[in-house]
Ligand binder design. Structure first.
Ligand code: MG
Length: 445
């Protein structure tokens, strides 16, 4: 895909095609305008294109009178914490996240370290698209400060949150696959400081990805092999900006992304009951886990900012997404793959059982996730048809249509950034999930 993908949470595109420095500078100037000449924290993952885009971000921000704190290469959650710590007016992180190396993106951060809320994102995009952005003159150009403390600050915060002694006593052997992304700069250190042995896999932070950076099972075969050959207790994999984490068991089994959240939720709720927040497309296994501890799950629209916001507003105890994004409120209301590693190691230490055993005890469901081309743009005729067809069932129209059935659920929604419709179904067996998918398909075509 050649075009720029612009959404309320940021902008992404293929480097050298839709995403070029001029575009990045203009978005950054619009953000400077949006934050009213504020102090902005800027950082990036390890992508090779970042050294080009970084200066475009600086130019755009400086041209609108912003002051810049350059935190260099660091994970997205580390940068988010720095925005909070420095009481900055916002942040820009240059990261293609889980996308392959040819992609890059900008994500825009509020003064509280969270991504722009959707209504703010809309206002920001209006500035970008419509306004003539006022620029400062020669005497309005402010400073760029270098700051190298983002990793240390994040590390200290996470180390304070978990029971270090308990983990240290177990001295786990842990393999960490950072996909040569920003997680390489922090997670091996974290694991060692927790008294464990860290075996580094793809921990050269040069942005040359050893495999596609999305931490989904098909990309984690190498990690699985290394966990087995090293006889490690557990393996973790990050995407390129380390806000996500996936798990490989000591047997080399690659756990689906939602297990990170399920295990984190189970451990957290065993300590204190409370609300769990996730999006509409995340496994119902989470509801089963919550029920076990007399707790409940609230669901939001798709998009991690919606989960963060709901967690903050409703004081949830844990939350996140099925893609390996775990949000731990004690650290911040942002997805944080690094904090999740610490929490999961504490769970492993306390449980005294191998990770494969802990995973096998979770409720098991099967999901089918597919997307269909959708160029018409108007979803409402489909919504009307689904509303009629499934009028006997429990329906949710918060984001597309979610149909809860006795044997599982179907979620159908138009994508916010691509001309596609996403269909996700889940059931107790793979066959049933596939059957539900076929049922959904028949309604759409
Ligand atoms: Mg990411």
């Amino acid at each position: 895909m050649n075009s720029l993908m612009v959404g309320v949470s940021g902008v992404r595109g293929i480097v050298g095609e839709a995403l070029v420095p001029e575009v990045v500078a203009k978005f950054s100037a619009a953000f400077g305008r949006f934050t009213q000449k504020g102090m902005i924290v800027v950082g990036s993952d390890t992508r090779t294109s970042n050294k080009m885009f970084k200066y475009a971000v600086f130019s755009g921000l400086l041209s609108t009178g912003c002051e810049i704190v350059d935190v260099g290469v660091c994970p997205t959650p580390s940068l988010q914490l720095m925005v909070e710590k420095l009481k900055a007016n916002g942040g820009i992180v240059i990261t293609g996240s889980h996308n392959p190396a040819e992609w890059n993106a900008l994500k825009f951060i509020r003064s509280d370290g969270l991504f722009l809320y959707p209504e703010q994102g809309k206002r920001f995009l209006q500035i970008y698209a419509k306004e003539r952005i006022p620029r400062v003159k020669w005497d309005g150009i402010r400073e760029i400060h270098q700051n190298t403390l983002a990793i240390e600050n994040h590390l200290n915060k996470v180390l304070k949150f978990v029971n270090k002694e308990k983990i240290k006593n177990r001295g786990f052997k842990v393999v960490l696959d950072a996909c040569n992304g920003a997680g390489a700069l922090i997670s091996p250190q974290l694991i060692r400081q927790l008294g464990c042995e860290a075996i580094e896999l793809n921990c050269r932070p040069d942005g040359i990805f050893a495999h596609p950076p999305e931490p989904i099972p098909s990309n984690l075969k190498q990690l699985s092999e290394v966990v087995k050959t090293e006889g490690a207790d557990i393996g973790f994999a990050h995407d390129a900006d380390a806000d996500r984490v996936a798990i490989v068991t000591e047997k080399g089994e690659i756990l689906p992304g939602e297990y990170s959240l399920l295990l984190a939720a189970k451990f957290t709720l065993s300590k204190r009951k409370g609300l769990v927040v996730t999006n509409l497309s995340t496994t119902q296994a989470l509801d089963d886990v919550a029920r076990e501890f007399s707790s409940s799950v609230e669901r939001t629209k798709i998009g991690d900012i919606n989960v963060s916001r709901q967690m903050k507003e409703k004081k949830a105890v844990i939350g996140g997404e099925g893609n390996g994004g775990v949000i731990i409120p004690e650290i911040h209301y942002a997805r944080d793959g690094i904090a999740a590693i610490a929490l999961l190691l504490e769970y492993l230490a306390e449980a005294g059982e191998p990770i494969s055993k802990l995973a096998s005890r979770l409720p098991r469901y099967y999901m089918v996730k597919k997307k269909l081309e959708f160029t018409k743009g108007d979803f409402s005729p489909i919504e009307t048809r689904l509303r009629k067809e499934f009028k006997e069932e429990k329906l949710d129209f918060l984001d597309g249509v979610k149909i809860s059935l006795k044997e599982g659920w179907i979620h159908i929604r138009p994508s916010g950034t691509e001309p596609v419709i996403r269909i996700i179904t889940e059931a107790k067996t793979r066959e049933k999930a596939e059957e539900l998918y076929q049922l959904a398909l028949r309604q759409i075509q």
